[in-house]
Design a protein around this ligand. Structure first.
Ligand code: TXA
Ligand code: MG
Length: 317
């Protein structure tokens, strides 16, 4: 059920989490489907509601660096980044703190843990009242489009989430967090996301690009991910018959929607999932054609999501 945020609703959400249930809430990236990170049976509910493979670990969300240190062993080299971009759309992977009492399924058998300090005020109010870390993947059925509105979450998860919190503060970035692995010798990018790689490299120096195909380190980086029901055709300069056309840049007569008429990549990232949801109507269209998106800044994360969304199972990888 969708409920507009209020003090009572946040209290209700915390009670649900305490009793081992799950709750969906907005973050500054996309909606999350959260459970109390100490309760194994609650974490298992997340995997079953999303139909998520158990080998795909979850991100643990906390209020600040101090709380993060109780869960993960954060290396010194990560601090300049955390001091600048936490709270924010940045996730780090670090060795687990042996003293942390996390539900085992969160880390899917790995000895590392993914940590994020979110900035969205609704989520922060929930974390504050709840007083315990909250593990949360994106609130969408596994391999489907991520959600940036409460009604998209309802459409994706149906009644399987007992409470979906709606907020007057939007999911401003509209794309998942960037994931950097600090458990490796050199920081390694595991997922392009809302914090552009260039910004991270300005602080840390060169970051190694993770090999998504070989590594089980970010199983969420499966080739097919974030997929709409309709087929996607990328780098399309115009639509074919019956296709919807998702344009980027100067408007064209044949466009159905435009990610950013001014060619602003931040605006395009924010619109990406919302517009894909709006166009994903098999009764109206035969497919979605997407205009080319430049491969710089946030364009890398946008292209990453589009490539995975258009991946065909039988394409050799
Ligand atoms: O913006 C976000 O990151 C959103 C919001 C809700 O915080 N969350 C999100 O979660 O996108 P999810 O589960 O959809 O993606 C998390 C990614 C997955 O690809 C998972 O494999 C990876 O993080 N991950 C989690 N723990 C990991 C670990 N210990 N090592 C490597 N990758 C990990
Ligand atoms: Mg996800």
């Amino acid at each position: 059920m969708i409920k507009l945020e209020s003090a009572t609703v946040i209290q209700e959400a915390s009670s649900l989490l305490k009793q081992g249930d799950v709750v969906a809430f907005p973050t500054e990236t996309v909606y999350g489907l959260g459970a109390d990170a100490h309760q194994e049976s609650a974490i298992c509910k997340i995997f079953s509601i999303k139909n998520r493979p158990s080998f795909n670990p979850l991100i643990v969300h906390v209020l600040d660096i101090n709380q993060a240190e109780t869960i993960g062993m954060i290396p010194k080299s990560a601090y300049p980044l955390l001091e600048h971009y936490w709270p924010g759309p940045l996730t780090i992977v670090v060795p687990k703190n042996p003293k942390a009492s996390l539900a085992p399924s969160i880390t899917a058998g790995l000895d590392t843990v993914a940590l994020r300090v979110p900035a969205h005020p609704t989520f922060r109010r929930l974390l504050t009242i709840h007083q315990a870390p909250i593990a949360a993947p994106s609130a969408n059925a596994s391999n489907k489009l991520s959600c940036t509105t409460a009604s998209h979450v309802l459409a994706s998860l149906k009644s399987r989430a007992p409470l979906i919190i709606k907020s007057t503060t939007p999911c401003a970035h509209g794309l998942e967090s960037t994931i950097i692995d600090f458990s490796t010798k050199q920081p390694t990018l595991l997922r392009h996301g809302a914090l552009p790689l260039e910004i991270i490299e300005n602080l840390l120096g060169p970051v190694v690009l993770g090999n998504h195909k070989k590594t089980i380190k970010a199983p969420g980086q499966l080739n097919k991910h974030y997929a709409p029901d309709l087929p996607l055709r990328l780098n399309a300069s115009s639509p074919r018959a019956k296709e919807a056309y998702l344009n980027f840049g100067p408007p064209k007569a044949e466009e159905t929607l435009n990610l950013s008429p001014n060619g602003d990549l931040e605006e395009a990232a924010c619109n990406l999932f919302v517009m894909l949801h709006r166009l994903d109507i098999p009764e109206h269209y035969s497919g979605i054609a997407v205009a080319p998106i430049p491969l710089r800044g946030l364009g890398k994360a946008i292209n990453d999501r589009l490539n995975r969304a258009s991946y065909k199972e039988n394409t050799p990888s």
